[in-house]
Design a protein around this ligand. Structure first.
Ligand code: F6R
Length: 609
């Protein structure tokens, strides 16, 4: 995930602040880096592929006296990891660093090319520097040029910009990508995460979506995109080292739930081309050639992602999929041949049940692929090919960001399979990839439910039993929601396919049974699930409905609580729908006083059978 640092203040200090800040953001992962410094009104840009050491070597042969600059560590989305694609991107006197994705960059690029702008990289970011330059050339001030440019862009961004025309300012903007400013004495800072600037300042402002911050060395202002001033609270950060590791969150579980937008983005980036509609995975080509059937295996949460993977692969790639618990398949006699692809899913890559099942399937002649979060883990080593989720370390015992990144891998893999078997056209590929780019933004929106869910947990934490119901691709989300709740709060919860209600579990429903129904509006099974809702209401069950779309409000009178999640495509809806359930389990654990990070009897890595 990319990192941003910006500095304005004391002459000669800029490079030190930028480099140290970027080092503190290294944990986010990156493939190239760069800085731009304004010195006596002129821009000096140094960029490098690979690790920060490469950049440092280049910097050591220059001297810098500037009092403002911006720095960036990049993790490729559009365009390969290379020096030419590294940020900052410069147009005329405007330099830009950017995290996120400009969704309409292709249209903007075409327009700018018509106006004669030459593109020196394959990034979406370069349209920003040219756009700002274009406004500036037409006489707009730096601020107005920036606002003008961002009114034309769609997508997500955290951005820092400097301009030779007004070399006493840095401008920072945020929409769906985190960005803070930190305040010092005669100096101010920008960063994508607090640790980058903590040694210099503990007075921090968290920018909100749509904010434009204009920093000078002794002052700052924040406006919206129309130039209207907005007020933001200054927070004093008093973190101990462990808290820093937790990013200021009380528990790793909460931090990791909030990590999901960038974890999902990191898992997508560098693997897709929206232009061609293709997905790239190294070393998979031979393994998928001629595959007739997929068998997906995993345990616990990873098993739930296999269940959702089945819907994705069958729908997108039209390849038949069976799913099994890794701990069960070994004790069956599954029909496996050399045209069967066994996919083993495991966050840790060390789960004994999954590893043993994988080896057994291999013995029976299957081709094997693993989806895991831990490089060089056992399961990764044992399989013929591996796709890594880029969730970063998951420390909370309850799996959250590993799950959503597994789902996005299944989605990309479905496109990959569909394209390789010729069942998916390039247009369809483009559409599916485009939908995936919206996910980080939609996850950010879903995470805004945090406070609402906290309130909901307060209301419901004393109940003894919960039912979770859903249908179609979100049925496994009902299983996952129930698993999260029992793991961290020790409350009994069951996930059920909504259509199965009438075949038994409805007997359990009365006023003491809260029922969580997951039914995103886009779902083809939406109406059917609403019928189940009526059945529960008729038996005085308490209904919490998780749904999307405007029609949802009409249902408000028929249920106890309505949680509205953002709309996504149906295939990707589980990634959004699970967020309120993760938060619900977490806050119930907090209210019950259980240890959300290390629930009793559970281990993060289960290496016993
Ligand atoms: C649930 C959870 C477990 C794991 C399971 C498999 O929150 O964390 O159910 O999903 O133990 O672990 P991995 O994915 O490491 O194989």
């Amino acid at each position: 995930m990319c990192g941003i640092v910006g500095y304005i203040g004391i002459e000669g200090k800029t490079v030190q602040v930028l480099v140290e800040g970027l080092k503190r953001l290294e944990y986010r992962g990156y493939d190239s880096s760069g800085i731009a410094i304004l010195e006596k009104g002129h821009t000096k840009v140094i960029k490098s592929e690979g690790k920060l050491d490469n950049l440092l070597k280049k910097l050591s042969i220059h001297s810098f006296n500037g009092s403002l600059g911006i720095g960036h560590t990049r993790w490729a989305t559009h365009g390969t990891p290379s020096e030419r694609n590294a940020h900052p991107h410069v147009s005329g006197g405007t330099s830009v660093v950017h995290n996120g994705i400009i969704e309409n960059y292709q249209e903007l690029k075409n327009e700018l090319k018509k106006k004669g702008y030459v593109f020196n990289s394959d990034t979406d970011t370069e349209v920003i520097s040219h756009l700002i330059e274009d406004f500036s050339k037409n006489g707009s001030s730096f601020e107005d040029s920036v606002r003008g440019a961002f009114k034309l862009t769609e997508g997500s961004y955290a951005v820092a910009i400097v301009s030779e025309r007004e070399p006493e300012k840095i401008i920072a903007l945020r929409k769906f990508s985190p960005l803070i400013i930190a305040l010092g004495q005669g100096e101010n800072f920008i960063a994508s995460d607090i640790p980058a600037v903590l040694p210099y300042s503990k007075r921090v402002i968290f920018l909100e979506d749509g904010d434009v911050a204009i920093l000078e060395k002794d002052s700052f202002r924040i406006t919206d995109l129309n130039g209207q001033e907005v007020k933001r609270e200054v927070f004093s950060i008093n973190w101990d080292p462990v808290a820093i590791e937790k990013g200021g969150y009380k528990h790793f579980m909460l931090k990791e739930i909030h990590d999901q937008p960038h974890a999902v983005l990191d898992t997508i980036r560098g693997r897709v081309s929206e232009e061609s509609g293709d997905v790239y995975f190294e070393g998979l080509e031979n393994i998928v050639k001629g595959v007739r059937r997929v068998v997906a295996i995993g345990c616990g949460t990873s098993y739930h992602s296999c269940l959702i993977g089945r819907y994705m692969i069958e729908n997108i790639a039209h390849v038949s999929v069976d799913v099994d618990l890794a701990s069960e398949i070994r004790y069956r006699d599954p029909i496996i041949d050399e045209n069967t692809l066994v996919i083993a899913v495991s966050q840790s890559g060390e789960t004994a049940d999954t590893s043993e099942a994988l080896l057994e399937m291999k013995k029976r002649g299957a081709r094997t692929l693993s989806i895991t979060n831990v490089p060089k883990s056992k399961i990764a080593r044992e399989s013929d090919a591996v796709i890594y989720t880029h969730a970063g370390p998951e420390i909370g015992v309850a799996s959250t960001k590993a799950f959503t990144t597994q789902l996005i891998v299944f989605y990309l893999l479905s496109i990959y399979l569909g394209r390789h078997t010729g069942r998916l056209s390039d247009n369809e590929g483009r559409r599916f990839i485009h939908d995936s780019f919206r996910m980080p933004q939609l996850l950010e929106m879903a995470l805004k439910l945090d406070e609402v869910i906290k309130g909901l947990a307060m209301e419901f934490y004393h109940y003894k039993n919960f039912l979770y119901l859903a249908r179609g691709i979100n049925y496994p989300i009902a299983l996952e929601g129930a698993l999260k709740l029992k793991e961290v709060s020790y409350i009994h919860a069951e996930g059920y396919a909504a259509g199965e209600m009438k075949h038994g579990p409805i007997a359990l429903v009365d006023e003491s049974m809260p029922v969580v129904i997951i039914a995103p509006r886009d779902g083809i099974v939406y109406k059917k699930v609403l019928n189940n809702l009526q059945e529960i209401r008729a038996r005085r069950g308490k209904v919490i409905l998780i749904t999307s779309g405007d029609e949802a409000d009409e249902l408000n009178t028929q249920i106890d609580r309505l949680i509205k999640i953002p709309d996504s495509s149906y295939m990707l809806s589980p990634i959004i729908a699970v967020v309120p359930l993760q938060l619900f389990a977490y806050y119930i654990a907090v209210y019950k006083g259980t240890d959300a990070d290390q629930p009793r009897n559970l281990a993060k890595v289960v290496t016993v059978e």
